[in-house]
Design a protein around this ligand. Structure first.
Ligand code: FAD
Ligand code: NA7
Length: 650
């Protein structure tokens, strides 16, 4: 029996009366550890429309949470004789249980309706033992014979022997796992999705939805937007606004509050959407304990077991640490940054790939003193000409770069929010330097979450060095009934839309008639550095090694966004480049753009590239004037020619 449940007391949170999503989440997480009391929240009159819309769903979710929150749950009324009898029976047996007193609820009638829909019982109490409904009469009869205690003991969390609990169990409720589970449920399959966030070393945790929504794409892009606003403020006086950008203040706390509130609403929507799609959700850490059986452990240590015919691993990745003195004690990662309750101040960003540069970019854009410590090159894996241009632009906009250094230790000089840290670093030639920072942000790559989920039990092979899972072109591991998608995959792009697409298509192939496989070629992507970088297809280096330098033609040009001409800034910084295969009708095999809104530009061209876009077709496309993307319809200068591509006007 879970010892967190207090005997005979009701702990109640009425979701329809809770208007603050963060508070609701906190209460749900903590409620069974709180002192036994009836908790009610009054409306602050500020409720979001989704709360009204989803009241019934909220109650259904709450009902399921109650049922799963204790080994014995009694839905009762304080005035009901039968209810009192069952509670006394359990009290006499000294057996802990959770009593939910419906008549104490603000929305008791609606909750009763939802309970009725669930149990099809018109009378109370409704007693659940290990999530199974037990009839009142059965309890009384058994108790007379002294058999009720035996019943409790026998109701172990054992799976049925001859059939699986689920058709599909998905481990990981992030971009890929949620997409796959909802799609599979559309084919009337019984699907369970487990999601569990292991807190970061500094204790940060978050809700349902995985990396992208909580600690990735979403907060990152919103903070990037906050930083761009500062540049817009600076530009605004040339457009007639009487704003002194130097006196305008930015509040880190206000920004993170707004962003976290939005994320809270997304977490909630994911819960509702799973419910609507009839996907069972468990907030538990999943690991294999038998080839077709997993164990789910909740944050309170409650263990459940589930079996399934098929499994999908979608556990994603978590930030890597340096393994030097002071890293886990004093450094943060992107997992902590987006909900950091205080402004990070003077920041050292360690690492030089896109997470590092994006974070450094928006922190500097918000006005902070930012240094990036680079071990070797910027943006490994991306087109290096574009990477260098991004670095130059960031440097011109105040970001400092410490090149060819790696940190060797981090010490605390002063505790605080932020405190003060002393970082010692060493270069390849042994030179040692030190520097003081308020915050050290590690962005040195991510580790696949595959080593602690018992993959050896079904015999799923991982790449021992990287932890990544090799799969065939149908996302199937070496064990035929175990599949994997998203960031855990070996040699695949780590992007949200890729995980979603792979998950959806997999479910359609497994349970529908589809044979369509995920196409990992020519996937567009954007790096949200202050000057955004959009790319699709091959980098120039990869095009040269694939086709040979003589067989490719590179067309390129600088350009000046019209909006930047009036404030007279950053001319000859935006850059467009396409790489064409001369042996294939000048088919575009690489597309690269450095521009404001580069992601918006790249998305459309990616569709054209998917359709086999050639240079000739680009030339025949009429541009839209005056926009940045029109440059791609007028590219004439080849890199080979060495002709000037500098612009004097837009
Ligand atoms: P995830 O979304 O990471 O989900 C995995 C889930 O499984 C997590 O909730 C995890 O807690 C849970 N889990 C792990 N182990 C277990 C277990 N044993 N039991 C139960 N649950 C478990 N991509 C883009 O496309 N665009 C961007 O702009 C972008 N920006 C990014 C910025 C940052 C800072 C980062 C870190 C990533 C960014 N990404 C971006 C990448 C994107 O977030 C990932 O590619 C995507 O989230 C991968 O989805 P997934 O389903 O594989 O894993
Ligand atoms: P990446 O793409 O794996 O890049 C890691 C970066 O960190 C890269 O610049 C590395 O330099 C650098 N690095 C790695 N180890 C160290 C040490 N020990 N010291 C200093 N610098 C180091 O990681 P990201 O976090 O940017 O992105 C990973 C994924 O997360 C991405 O694909 C998205 O899906 C989200 P190197 O070039 O190896 O010298």
């Amino acid at each position: 029996m879970g010892n967190s449940v207090r005997k005979g007391k009701a702990v109640f949170v009425d979701p329809t009366q809770v208007k603050n999503l963060q508070l609701y989440k906190a209460v749900i997480e903590d409620n069974s550890n709180k002192s036994p009391e009836i908790i009610k929240y009054k409306s602050d009159g500020n409720e979001g429309s989704e709360w009204k819309k989803n009241q019934k769903t909220a109650l259904k979710i709450k009902l399921q949470e109650f049922i799963g929150s204790s080994d014995i749950v009694i839905f009762s009324k304080t005035t009901c004789g039968k209810c009192t009898k069952v509670k006394s029976l359990l009290d006499n047996m000294n057996t802990p249980y959770l009593a939910v007193e419906i008549d104490q609820m603000e929305s008791s009638q609606r909750f009763e309706e939802v309970l009725y829909e669930h149990t099809m019982e018109t009378t109370l109490p409704s007693v659940f033992v290990k999530e199974q409904l037990i009839q009142y009469d059965e309890i009384i009869t058994l108790s007379k014979d002294g058999l009720f205690q035996k019943l409790l003991e026998s109701k172990e969390d054992k799976p049925r022997d001859n059939s699986y609990d689920f058709d599909l169990i998905v481990i990981g409720g992030g971009s890929g796992g949620l997409a796959a589970s909802k799609e599979a449920a559309k084919y009337n399959k019984k699907v369970l999705v487990l999601d569990y966030v292991t807190p970061s070393p500094t204790g940060t945790k978050w809700g349902l939805g995985g990396t992208c929504v909580n600690v990735g794409c979403i907060p990152k892009k919103l903070m990037h937007q906050a930083a761009l606003m500062r540049q817009a403020l600076k530009d605004s006086h040339k457009y007639g606004w009487q704003v002194d950008a130097n006196t305008v203040q930015h509040s880190w706390e206000a920004m993170t509050d707004s962003i976290q509130n939005y994320i809270g609403s997304l977490n909630w929507n994911y819960r509702v959407s799973l419910m609507e799609n009839k996907v069972k959700y468990e907030n538990g850490y999943g690991e294999f304990v038998e080839p077709h059986k997993i164990k789910s452990t909740s944050s309170r240590g409650k263990v459940k077991y589930f079996t399934a015919g098929k499994f999908l691993i979608a556990t994603g990745e978590r930030p890597r640490y340096l393994g030097i003195p002071g890293d886990k004690e004093y450094c943060i990662t992107s997992d902590d940054l987006f909900s950091l309750p205080y402004c990070p101040g003077k920041t050292l960003v360690v690492g030089a790939s896109y997470v590092a540069l994006e974070c450094a970019g928006f922190l500097a854009g918000l006005g902070l003193d930012v240094t990036v410590m680079v071990r070797s090159i910027l943006l490994r894996g991306f087109d290096q000409q574009m990477a260098d241009k991004i670095g130059e632009h960031m440097e011109e906009h105040g970001v400092k770069f410490l090149r060819h250094f790696v940190p060797t230790k981090v010490e605390q000089i002063e505790a605080g929010t932020p405190g003060k840290l002393l970082v010692t670093a060493q270069s390849a030639d042994g030179t040692e330097i030190t520097g003081e920072y308020n915050t050290v942000l590690l962005a040195i790559g991510r580790e696949a979450c595959t080593r602690k989920i018992g993959l050896d039990i079904p015999g799923v092979k991982i790449n021992e060095k990287t932890g990544k899972i090799p799969v065939n072109d149908a996302e199937q591991t070496n064990v035929p009934y175990v599949y994997a998608i998203g960031d855990v995959l070996e040699d695949k792009l780590e992007l949200t839309p890729v995980a979603i697409q792979a998950g959806r298509l997999l479910a359609r192939r497994l349970y529908g008639d589809s044979t369509v496989k995920c196409d990992y070629v020519n996937v567009p992507t954007t790096v949200f550095t202050p000057l955004e970088y959009g790319a699709c297809g091959l980098s120039e280096e990869n095009a040269i090694s694939k086709y040979g330098e003589e067989n490719i033609e590179v067309y390129h040009s600088y350009f000046w966004p019209l909006e930047w001409t009036v404030p007279a800034r950053d001319n000859n910084k935006c850059y467009a480049k396409i790489i064409c295969n001369l042996k294939d009708n000048e088919k575009v095999v690489g597309f690269h753009v450095l521009a404001p809104n580069a992601g918006e530009i790249t998305q459309g061209f990616a569709a054209a590239i998917k359709c086999g876009l050639t240079k000739d077709q680009l030339d025949n496309t009429i541009g839209i004037h005056p926009v940045c993307a029109e440059i791609f319809t007028t590219l004439t200068v080849t890199k080979r020619s060495g002709d000037s591509i500098l612009q004097s006007g837009c």
